[in-house]
Design a protein around this ligand. Structure first.
Ligand SMILES: Nc1ncnc2c1ncn2[C@@H]1O[C@H](COP(=O)(O)OS(=O)(=O)O)[C@@H](OP(=O)(O)O)[C@H]1O
Length: 238
């Protein structure tokens, strides 16, 4: 079947998750984030019909391929940060915007989807991220129809190993930006300039009544336990 593996949120791949507010994709944190606008990387996928595979091949180096790995969620789990950090890897090429193919754009067909992809050379991994796949009932079957061995990433942990990549992206690629309160890239993909994610990331979180926090913890505890059992890993969220 399709491979699925949980991976860590809100910390650069290859580093340990930090303590504190951004340490884990807890249900509670996600609840606080539901009112957010769309991801800054999100823009509508283009409407033009895809070019033929032949013209794509001759127009530039490399070939557009369907993705072998998808970041499917969770929403607000740090999916944008993971993709932006991962695409620093020379063997990863990614779509910038969220294609929303397996939810809203599915009727456009696989040729349309493939045309959104960046060109890759043999051995490079093509990726995209659309966190709403995680909450789309039809998405798993649709992804399996595309390719049963598609790697599905739910943001939780060390992604380079899962993708079979050499551990090239390390702490050395990041610096801590005090204003943003985040690790940011010293150099973005294809650039020599530092890069933090945009202003839609890193909002001030409201203070939530401790009683409400407690109720939410209790509500999610059994789900967290089940998740630890499934993954064989205690994330210590409660
Ligand atoms: N290093 C780094 N850089 C930028 N942003 C970071 C980082 N680490 C964690 N985060 C926090 O991740 C939250 C956004 O998650 P997503 O990108 O998955 O959001 S979305 O569902 O695609 O809209 C968003 O949380 P909020 O700011 O609370 O909304 C980001 O702040």
């Amino acid at each position: 079947g399709t491979k699925a593996f949980p991976y860590i949120a809100n910390c650069p791949p290859g580093s340990s998750p930090p303590d504190g507010a951004h340490a884990a994709p807890q249900a509670l944190a996600r609840l606080q984030l539901l009112l957010r606008g769309p991801d800054e990387g999100e823009r509508p996928a283009p409407d033009e019909p895809p070019t033929s595979p032949l013209s794509s091949f001759f127009n530039g180096s490399g070939t557009k391929r369907l993705p072998q790995a998808l970041i499917v969620g969770v929403k607000k789990g740090g999916t944008r940060a993971l993709l932006e950090f991962l695409r620093v890897h020379p063997d990863v090429r990614a779509v910038g915007a969220e294609p929303h193919f397996f939810d809203r754009n599915y009727p456009r067909g696989l040729a349309w989807y493939r045309d959104l992809m960046p060109r890759t050379l043999d051995g490079q991994i093509t990726m995209e991220k659309t966190p709403s796949y995680f909450v789309t009932k039809e998405a798993p079957a649709r992804i399996a129809t595309m390719a049963k061995d598609t790697k599905l990433i739910v943001v939780l942990g060390r992604v380079q190993d899962f993708l079979g990549l050499k551990r090239i992206i390390t702490d050395k690629h990041f610096y801590f930006n005090k204003t943003k309160g985040f690790p940011c890239l010293k150099k973005a993909e294809g650039s020599s300039k530092p890069h933090c994610l945009g202003k839609t990331k890193g909002r001030t979180h409201p203070n939530i009544d401790q009683e409400v926090v407690q109720r939410l913890r209790e509500f999610y505890r059994p789900f967290n336990m089940k998740f630890y059992q499934m993954t064989g890993h205690d994330f210590g969220w409660d």
